[in-house]
Design a protein around this ligand. Structure first.
Ligand code: UTP
Length: 308
């Protein structure tokens, strides 16, 4: 069965970005002039997933509003004949059919995914974390869909990280899989997973990043998954159960080892990198911004003369 639905969990507390995220969802922080989550919905839409379910919460109403009409602003822009800004404000809604459901309490990413069960039904689906940006030039989701078509089961995105960072991620025990000519990124079979291990307990440096294609069996597994690390229901724990199922269950878990551009916009430094890079590369604001950036850096950066 082809994957047509994308689930975007965005109900986390965003504590790493406080105080900005006290009243603004981290997914709504602007990356140049669009909220981070719009890039994620756009990525799903580009890969052909035009049914998008946002997992939000009471304090994330702004996300739901962003994908809704804004009649007052639209009418004002229409009266002014400002077609450029009208297209901008309408772009979020044209990307996909966007639905939302609320996670009553932040009981973990696994719990957030379980909130999607009745919307998804009995079909494989994608999960894209709402604060994780993959550059639009890097076809990660497209390759994950091809791998899911090849092997069935579930597919997760992995990235090799420096050893000292393994304790920030879910980490996989992997086995090589023969490449096919169309593979841009390496493919591995996932044999085991551990959530945020200490360096000495990490089975590898293959870290789980925020893109998943999951078999609907995950919902049954999640219902039986007890709270794990941080007393939260961990998606990694449930996928581990899938990976450990006997081969006869015919539910393999594969990994696509991403080597492209990724930004965790829930992390302050990564967020800043995303803004600087995407702003520098834009056709409109890019030339002026990058010229200033070059001048600022060559003048000594933080030590630059205050007139720069
Ligand atoms: P994070 O690990 O980034 O946690 O969640 P967080 O709470 O959002 O942020 P910090 O670490 O406190 O700064 C990973 C993803 O899972 C979602 C988040 O919105 C994010 O997309 N999530 C997490 C939920 O939807 N619900 C939860 O209960 C937990």
């Amino acid at each position: 069965m082809p994957v047509t639905k994308a689930v975007i969990p965005a109900a986390g507390l965003g504590t790493r970005f406080l105080p900005a995220t006290k009243s603004i969802p981290k997914e709504m922080l602007p990356v140049v002039d669009r909220p981070a989550i719009e890039y994620v919905v756009e990525e799903a839409s580009r890969a052909g997933l035009r049914d998008v379910l946002l997992i939000t919460s009471r304090s994330k109403k702004a996300i739901e509003d962003h994908f809704d009409r804004e009649p007052e602003v639209e009418a004002t822009l229409e009266a002014k004949g400002d077609q450029v800004r009208l297209a901008r404000i309408r772009s979020a809604m044209s990307l996909a059919e966007v639905h939302s459901v609320r996670q009553g309490r932040p009981a973990g990413l696994g719990h957030a995914v379980l909130c999607a069960a009745s919307h998804v039904g009995h079909e494989p689906f994608a999960v894209l974390l709402g604060d994780d940006l993959i550059d639009e030039r890097d076809p990660l989701l497209e390759q994950m869909l091809a791998v899911q078509e090849r092997f069935g089961g579930s597919v997760m995105a992995l990235m090799e990280v420096p050893e000292e960072q393994v304790s920030l991620y879910g980490v996989a025990t992997v086995e090589a899989v023969a490449a096919t000519p169309s593979d841009r990124y390496g493919v591995v079979r996932i044999r085991d997973l551990v959530e945020k291990p200490a360096i000495e307990d990490a089975p590898s440096n293959y870290a789980v990043i925020g893109r998943y294609l999951l078999s609907p069996t995950i919902f049954e597994v999640l219902r039986d998954t007890p709270p794990g690390r941080g007393n939260e229901i961990q998606l990694t724990d449930a996928i581990r159960t899938l990976a450990l199922l006997p081969a006869s269950a015919d539910e393999p878990v594969h990994g696509v080892v991403f080597t492209g551009r990724r930004y965790d916009t829930g992390d302050r430094v990564d967020y800043l990198k995303a803004v600087v890079r995407l702003a520098s590369e834009r056709g409109d604001v890019g030339p002026e911004f990058y010229a200033w950036l070059e001048e600022y850096v060559s003048a000594g950066g933080p030590k630059a003369d205050p007139t720069t």
